[in-house]
Design a protein around this ligand. Sequence first.
Ligand code: SF4
Ligand code: SF4
Length: 61
Amino acid sequence: MYVIVIDETKCNNCGECVKICPNDIYKIVNDKVTVGDTTECSNCQSCISMCEPQAITISEI
Ligand code: SF4
Ligand code: SF4
């Protein structure tokens, strides 16, 4: 299982991670991008490559 953290000091809420994730891990709540249920994350790294400010960290637990 993976833990996904968005660094709020870097995230500009562009929404690219929401669009690219094949497993709908990211959600928009009150105009803010947040991490939802990470159970289905396959660690494909697509969100990381789309995130220009490098705000996303994924670690395995
Ligand atoms: S792609 Fe990066 S900067 Fe854009 S909303 Fe996602 S975490 Fe934030
Ligand atoms: S690594 Fe892939 S499956 Fe996991 S959150 Fe990012 S885009 Fe989605």
